[in-house]
Ligand binder design. Sequence first.
Ligand code: PDD
Length: 282
Amino acid sequence: MSQIAYVNGAYVPMRYAAISINDRGFQFGDSIYEVWPVRGGQLRDSDGHFARMRRSLNEIRAPAPMDDRALHLVIKETMRRNKVREGIVYIQVSRGVAPRDHTFPSKPIKPTLIITAKNLDQAGMRKRGAEGVKVITTPEIRWARRDIKSVNLLPNILQRQAAKEAGAFEAWFVDEDGFITEGTSSNAWIVDAQGRLRTRPLSNDILHGVTRASVMRVAQERQMQVIEEPFTLAEAKAAREAFVTGAGSPIFPVIAIDNVPVGEGKPGPVTQALRAAYLGAE
Ligand code: PDD
């Protein structure tokens, strides 16, 4: 079956889907994106993703391409046309098409809107969730507004590629004070020496993960102690357990950091219990 993309008002086979070379998203990365997980044919944590998308647009001073209700309908239709039941939806919104100039066009232009949806390999997802993943670490080389879900992902892709080449799933960025910020496409967590779930507090330093918020809620409902406090690389390596959260990595245990085993080098009980609770809470 050929994949169908939604591009600026039309559903088109992927091979014909195209945007202008003068699109500001392509020319400048003047563009944001959002990613929804799909479970059982439904968007998970839908409102949180809509809210973050709107926030990203506000932060880059770009208008929304359509209201949330209309966007929801188009997302559902894109999912339906691609028969997506267990997968992921991507939206990219750029400021639009205009002759190249760093400043915004003086007259309002139509934002470019792209929506794609695909099923994810469920066996692979289950395997990572059950067996855990390795991470490497890398200096934090990104800009100072990581709270904006911008398509400018060059540092993320370079470091993610480095992770792949090192046989790891993810790369964790380490800031200049030695604290972990987050992964290239996921938030970072540990179970610390006191048995508390610990993750970096929200600020401009990290993306405000929707899965992070959802996992936090599930943990608190189960009386698990959660603290929003940064942790160092040394603390992460000495942690009892560690894991990542993201739309494409819904609680993957971290079993090694820079080839140093975390805890016993296998998924720990707290992470496993939390993962089961989170997946069960859908
Ligand atoms: N990435 N941190 C970064 C840098 C991310 O790119 C992501 C998500 C997250 C987790 O956010 P959420 O729980 O809302 O998915 C944290 C998506 C999945 C991506 O880039 O494909």
